[in-house]
Design a protein around this ligand. Structure first.
Ligand SMILES: [Zn+2]
Length: 336
């Protein structure tokens, strides 16, 4: 997260009538530059230029599709924020906003709080955040027939799996297992079918509240991407609003969406933080996850009870030891 150096503070920098920096960045983005993969392909295989032509094109198409999705998502989130402001204005004003936003009042009051903690959106795959991946886009946009074909293919694979472990997939107890497992696995990875703007809906509210908001001990269940076995634990999320708050249940929904994918705990932690950052542009976001990995506890080193703790701190939580300490003490305090 070396790229999350703060160059601006939330209070000091107010942006006027502009789409999110993410959208702008993506729009302006690396569209003309080949991806590292493409560069690699072209430089390492001059003589094979012909044969890699196809994969280069495929790579470009994929990158373009991905940028499109990300841009749409960012635009949608921006619209939710603008909508929240309008709702707020319609229902009797937003006292603090004009006063604090300064110049934006002169230009009609529309503003977009901005915090310099952007570490890249969880939406594009730029930082290896893993979504949307090639297969993910296909799954997200699948027709009902394609979904059915996908489930069947998965069930067939499970049958092979059963054979490989020395079982008889035709015996009574197992006869329905491939279909069951296929359904279960698709369910356990349903986060691939959820887009951030859909998860958040319009549960973004303009609110003049600048104190820390914390929801702690949200249960999460995920699958480690190295072994595809579960890891489970609790996530605590805090943020400091900057003109916008999120419906509280949405914090849990965001955690759910990202945990229902193949994950490493570090990335999950960061994705939750960046998703909140992207949605409401707060002064800062803090996410701490404590989880137990079954790849550690029921196989391999077999250390039952060993917990892995990861954290992601953005904006004020990264900048200020005091803010971070306050968050940490609040999530640890009493009755756990
Ligand atoms: Zn693992």
């Amino acid at each position: 997260m070396s790229d999350s150096k703060d160059t601006q503070t939330g209070a000091a920098s107010v942006r006027l009538h502009q789409p999110s920096p993410l959208a702008a960045e993506i729009a302006a983005g690396p569209s003309d530059e080949p991806s590292p993969l493409v560069s690699h392909l072209s430089s390492s295989a001059e003589g094979m230029a012909q044969s890699s032509q196809h994969s280069i094109q495929a790579e470009r198409d994929y990158a373009a599709a991905q940028r499109n999705e990300a841009r749409e998502d960012a635009d949608e989130l921006h619209q939710f924020r603008m909508l929240a402001l309008e709702r707020q204005k319609a229902t009797g004003g937003f006292a603090g906003a004009g006063a604090q936003a300064g110049p934006s009042q002169a230009t009609g009051g529309a503003f977009e709080p901005f915090v310099g903690s952007r570490v890249g959106s969880p939406i594009p795959d730029k930082n290896g955040l893993g979504w949307p991946g090639k297969g993910t886009l296909a799954r997200l946009n699948a027709t009902p027939e394609e979904r059915q074909a996908r489930e069947q293919k998965l069930a067939d694979a499970v049958k092979v799996l059963l054979e490989c472990i020395g079982e008889d997939p035709e015996r009574d107890g197992l006869i329905k297992t491939p279909e069951r497992y296929a359904k279960a696995l698709l369910w356990m990875t349903k986060g691939y079918e959820e887009r951030l703007p859909d998860v958040i809906g319009n549960a973004i509210f303009a609110e003049d509240h600048e104190e820390m908001v914390i929801v702690r001990d949200i249960d999460i269940f995920s699958l480690c991407e190295h072994h595809m076995v579960p890891f489970a634990g609790k996530v605590s999320i805090g943020y400091i609003p900057n003109k916008f708050v999120l419906g509280l249940s949405k914090l849990a929904r965001i955690a759910e969406t990202f945990s229902r994918r193949l994950q490493v705990q570090e990335r999950l932690t960061k994705q939750i933080a960046t998703a909140i950052d992207e949605a409401i542009r707060p002064m800062g976001v803090a996410v701490v996850i404590e989880a137990t990995h079954q790849c550690m506890t029921m196989r391999g080193v077999q250390k039952p009870g060993a917990a892995t703790i990861t954290s992601s701190m953005l904006g004020a939580f990264r900048r200020s030891d005091k803010t971070r300490a306050e968050f940490m003490s609040l999530i640890r305090s009493s009755q756990r």
